[in-house]
Design a protein around this ligand. Sequence first.
Ligand SMILES: [Zn+2]
Length: 374
Amino acid sequence: MSLRLQLFKGCLLLATLTVLYNEFLIYYVTLYYCSYPKEPVKNEGTVDAMILADTHLLGSRNGHWFDKLRREWQMYRSFQTANTYFSPEAVFFLGDIFDEGKWCPPEEFQYYVKRFNDLFYVKNETKRYALAGNHDIGFHYAVTPYLLERFQSAYKSKSVKRVKLKGLDFVLINSMAFHQDGCFLCKEAEQRLDKLSAKLKCEGKDCVRPILMSHFPLFRDSDEMCDELDEASSEEKFHRFKEKWDVISNASTRLLLDKVGPRGIFTGHTHNGCTTDHGGGVTEWTVSSFSWRNRKNPAFLLARFSNSSISVSKCMLPDENTVINIYLLLLAAVVLALLRYPFYHYYVNYVRVRRKTCVFRNNVDFNLPTNGFV
Ligand SMILES: [Zn+2]
C-alpha cells in the first residue's frame, strides 16, 4: 500500500472516530456520571422526574439552517440518552419550547409540535408536561386568545393546572397570566388559583404541600447570589430583573406563595441555573436552558419527590468548548499528517539515493587495485 493511501486511510479513520465520539458517545460518557439523588431511596411512593427548560426550537425566521440542525441533534441526543439512562416517570418542560411559537402561522405551529414530539419522545409509561413560555405564546401584552388556545390544546395545559402523581401534587402555571390586571388571561388564572387553593388547603402534620412549576422565576432582584456550575456570567449576575418581564411581579409572587403554599418551586426563562431560598424551607430551582444556542454548558435536573422531601441532582451536558477543542485537535492531526507526507516522501527518496551512492562507493572501493599487496 502506498504511503499516500496509508495516510488517507489513517486520517479517515481518525475523523470517523472523532465524529462518532463528539456527536454520539460523548452524551453517554457525560451523563454516565449523573444520577438521581441517593436520598430518599427509590420506593413505590417516590416520583422520579426530569426537568428541563428553554429548548427554543428554531423556526423559519431566526437562525441558520445548520445552527438549527446542530442544536436539535444535540438536544435529541441528550434527551434520548438521559431517557435511556434515567427512565423518568415524568418529564417537565418549563416553557419556551419554541423560539417562534408567538409568531408562526398555524401550519408551522403544527410542524413545530411534530418536531417536538420527534425530538423528545418518551416511553408510553412516562408522563410529559409542557408549560407555556413567552416565546410559545408571547409576553402578557402580546398573548391573544388564538395563541393561547393553540398552545393549550397542543399540550393540554391551562393557566393553572393541578397534576397528581402517586398522590403528590404539582401545580403548573402560565407565568404570563399573573399580571393581576383583570385581562382575559389573568382573570381566568386567578379564578382557577382560588378554586385550587381551596382544594389544596390542608393543615396538620400529614399535610403534603404541592410543588409549583412556572416559566418565569418568582420575584428576585437579580442572580447575584446564585452559585451554580451553570450560573449567569459575572456581568449578567448583577443585572437587575424587571418584574413581569424577567421574573413574576413581587405582588403575584406573594399571591402564588400564599395560595399554592408550595414546598418547592421549579422555574426557567433566564437560561441560567440558580437556587433561591424563599424562606420557611421553600427552595426555588431555576433551570438553565437545554439548548447550546443559549449557553455552552446546558443542564437539566433530575428530581426525586416523596411526600416528605424533594431531592435534586443537576446533570451538566457536554461543554461546547470541549467538543470544539476535540475537532480542532483532529484538524491539527490531519494537517500535520498532510504536511508530513511531502517531508517524509523527500526523506525516503533522500535515504534511497544515499544508499545507492554508498553501494556504488563500496563497489568501487572493493575493486580498487591492491598494488600487489594481498
Ligand atoms: Zn422565556
